[in-house]
Design a binder for this molecule. Structure first.
Ligand code: OOB
Length: 535
C-alpha cells in the first residue's frame, strides 16, 4: 500500500471484486492486451505522429525501462506536465509499467503549483516539455527541482536525452499491484492549495471500462482530445483511456479552438469528443460559418461546468451530433446522460452515475438529513471508483468525508426519481471558471501576500461566456493604495496558472457588513457574491 492512501474497507473491496468491478488488471497489462488484439490499428495521432497499438505498446515498454535506468524507483512519484501531444500516452503507460506514479499537472500550472505538487508527493522527477505556447516549461521545472530536495531528475520530452531514454531496450518488468495507487490527480479544491487524489488501477480502470461502454465507443471510433488531456474528463470520461480501451483511435488536438478542432474532425473522421460549456458555445457559433465537414461527429460530451438548457438545445442541430452531458469529479463519481435517454433528460439533467454501486445521498446541508427526490441538497457519494481520502491529508479528510466514507462533493443537486442528477449550485468556496476550478482561498492567500493588502475575499460573478468569473474584493493595508492591474500582475508573478488571476478586482474600504455581526470569510463571500450578482 502507498503511504498516504486511504484504502476502501476490506469487506467493501471484496464486494467490488466479487461484482467484477475490480478485475486485478493494471493499465500496463491493459495496453499489452490491446496491442495483442489490435496491433495494426491506429492508437494515437497528433502532429506528424501516427502510432499503431503495437508501436504505442513498444514505446511504452522502452520508456518504462528507460525511466528505471534513469534511476526512478517503482512506487516513486513524478510530476507530469505535458500538453496534448501523442507522447503523453507512451509516457504515462511507461510510468505505469515502471510503477512510477504520475502526478497529473496541467500545462497551465506554473512554478508555485508545480512546487506544491512536487513537495506534497515528494516527487523524484518532473517530466515536462521544453517551450510550449511561449512558456519555457523545462526552465520552470528546473527551478522547482532546485528548490525541492526530493526531485532528482527533470526529463524533457522532445529533448535528445529523452529520445535516448525512449530508445532503451524493452524488458519484462514486474507488474505493479493493481489495487495500489496508479497515479495522483488534482482536486479543483476549495481550500488553500489543491489536494492530490490517489487513484488505483482497479478503480480507475473500472470507470474507464464503463465510460467506454456508456459512450458506445467501438474500434472504429475516433476520439478527439480537445481539452488538456491530463484532466480527468478528457483522460477517462471516456477520454483517451476509454477510447484505447475500446481499440479506437485518439487524436490529440494541440488547441481546443473551433478552427483546430474542426480541421481535425474533418481530417481524421472524429466520431466523439468532450468539451466544457464555453467551448461548446464557441463551436456551436463557429459551426454556422465553417466549410469543414463535421458529419463524422456522432457524440459531443459536455461537462466540467453546468451546461444550461439553451446551450444544450443548440448543440445537436448546430453540430449534427448527439449531446451527452457529463458531470464528474477527479475524486471519482461520474454521471452521464445515456445515448438512449429521452431528449428532455439529455437537455435538462447532468445524467446518472456510471455504476449501480455508486451510492448517492442528497442531504440538507444544515442538518445532514436526506431530502426527498426533487428537492435540492448537498451531494454525498461513495462507490467503487470514488476515493476514501485525499493523499497525505488526514486533517482535511476528516471534514471532506463522512465517518462512513462518503465524499462531500460540495455540489448542490436535485435527484430525479430515475436517479438523474441536476446540478443546481455549489456549497464549496470554489469558482468554476468555464470548467477550470479556482479555490477562493488559494487566490486570497496570494493576494494577502501583497504588502498593500490587508484582507481579500474572492467570489464568483456570473459571466455570459464562462458561466462564472472571479472577482477579488480587497481591503487595502493602512496607507496603501493597491490598484487592480497591480494586484493582478502581482498574482500572476507569484507563478500560478493564468486562470487563477482574478478577472476583476474591487478595492473597498471595508468589507460590507452582513447583518451577522461576525465577519467570517464564508459569510462574507456569500454576501459579496449576492452583491456582485445584483450589480
Ligand atoms: C470535472 O472534474 P473536476 O475535478 O475538475 O471538477 C469537479 C467539479 C464538480 O464537483 C462540480 O462542481 C463541477 O466540477 N462539475 C459540474 C459538471 N461537471 C463537473 N458542474 C455542473 N455540471 C457539470 N456537468 O470537472 C470532470 C471530471 C470528469 C468528467 C467531467 C468533468
Amino acid at each position: 500500500m502507498t503511504t498516504g492512501h486511504v484504502p476502501w474497507p476490506p469487506e467493501t473491496a471484496a464486494r467490488y471484486r466479487a461484482a467484477g468491478h475490480w478485475r486485478g488488471q493494471t493499465f500496463g497489462a491493459l495496453l499489452t492486451s490491446l496491442a495483442a488484439a489490435y496491433p495494426e490499428r491506429t492508437a494515437v495521432v497528433g502532429g506528424e505522429v501516427r502510432w499503431t497499438y503495437a508501436e504505442l505498446d513498444e514505446r511504452a515498454h522502452r520508456i518504462a525501462a528507460g525511466l528505471l535506468d534513469a534511476g526512478l524507483l517503482p512506487g516513486e512519484r513524478a510530476v507530469l506536465q505535458l500538453p496534448n501531444i501523442p507522447e503523453f500516452l507512451p509516457v504515462v503507460f511507461g510510468m505505469w509499467r515502471a510503477g512510477v506514479l504520475p502526478v497529473f499537472a496541467l500545462p497551465a500550472h506554473r512554478g508555485t503549483e508545480l512546487r506544491h505538487f512536487a513537495e506534497q508527493s515528494e516527487a523524484a522527477a518532473i517530466v515536462t516539455v521544453g517551450v510550449h505556447e511561449r512558456h519555457d516549461h523545462a526552465a520552470t521545472a528546473r527551478e522547482v527541482a532546485a528548490e525541492c530536495d526530493s526531485v532528482r531528475r527533470v526529463l524533457v520530452v522532445g529533448s535528445e536525452e529523452f529520445d535516448d531514454l525512449a530508445r532503451t531496450a524493452p524488458r519484462e518488468l514486474p507488474d505493479p499491484d493493481p489495487a495500489g495507487v496508479a497515479f495522483l490527480q488534482l482536486s479543483g479544491g476549495s481550500t488553500g492549495l489543491p489536494k492530490l487524489i490517489p487513484r488505483t488501477h482497479d478503480d480507475y480502470l473500472y470507470s474507464v471500462r464503463e465510460s467506454a461502454r456508456i459512450c458506445a465507443l467501438r474500434p472504429d471510433s475516433v476520439y478527439l482530445a480537445a481539452l488538456p488531456v491530463a484532466h480527468n474528463f478528457p483522460l477517462s470520461s471516456p477520454g483517451v483511456l476509454g477510447a484505447l480501451h475500446a481499440g479506437a483511435a485518439v487524436v490529440m488536438a494541440p488547441r481546443p479552438d473551433a478552427d483546430t478542432a474542426f480541421r481535425l474532425i474533418e481530417a481524421e473522421g472524429v466520431t466523439i469528443t468532450g468539451v466544457v460549456p464555453p467551448l461548446a458555445a464557441a463551436w456551436v457559433q463557429a459551426a454556422g460559418r465553417t466549410a469543414r465537414d463535421l458529419s463524422s461527429l456522432e457524440v459531443l460530451l459536455v461537462g466540467g461546468a453546468k451546461c444550461g438548457r439553451e446551450l444544450a438545445e443548440r448543440i445537436g442541430p448546430a453540430l449534427g451530433c448527439r449531446l451527452q452531458q457529463v458531470f464528474g469529479m477527479a475524486e471519482g463519481l461520474v454521471c452521464y446522460t445515456r445515448l438512449d435517454d429521452p431528449d428532455e433528460t439529455v437537455l435538462t439533467t447532468q445524467g446518472r452515475p456510471i455504476s449501480l454501486d455508486d451510492e448517492v445521498r442528497v442531504v440538507d446541508p444544515d442538518t445532514g438529513a436526506d431530502v426527498p427526490d426533487g428537492e435540492p441538497g448537498a451531494l454525498l457519494t461513495r462507490g467503487p471508483y470514488t476515493i476514501r481520502g485525499y493523499y497525505r491529508a488526514e486533517e482535511h479528510n476528516a471534514t471532506a468525508f463522512t465517518a462512513d466514507g462518503f465524499y462531500r462533493t460540495g455540489d448542490l443537486v436535485r435527484r430525479a426519481p430515475g436517479g438523474q442528477l441536476e446540478v443546481v449550485g455549489r456549497a464549496k468556496e470554489q469558482i468554476n471558471r468555464g470548467g477550470e476550478k479556482v479555490a477562493a482561498e488559494e487566490v486570497e492567500n496570494h493576494l494577502m501576500a501583497h504588502p498593500g493588502v490587508l484582507d481579500a475575499a474572492v467570489v464568483a460573478v456570473p459571466d455570459a461566456y464562462l458561466g462564472e468569473r472571479t472577482c477579488a474584493y480587497v481591503v487595502p493595508a493602512a496607507g496603501a493604495e493597491p490598484t487592480g492591474p497591480e494586484l493582478r500582475s502581482f498574482v500572476r508573478g507569484r507563478g500560478v496558472a493564468a486562470f487563477k488571476v482574478p478577472d476583476l478586482v474591487q478595492v473597498v474600504a471595508e468589507f460590507p457588513v452582513t447583518g451577522v455581526g461576525k465577519t467570517s470569510k464564508r459569510e462574507l463571500r456569500v454576501a459579496l457574491a449576492a452583491l456582485a450578482r445584483k450589480e
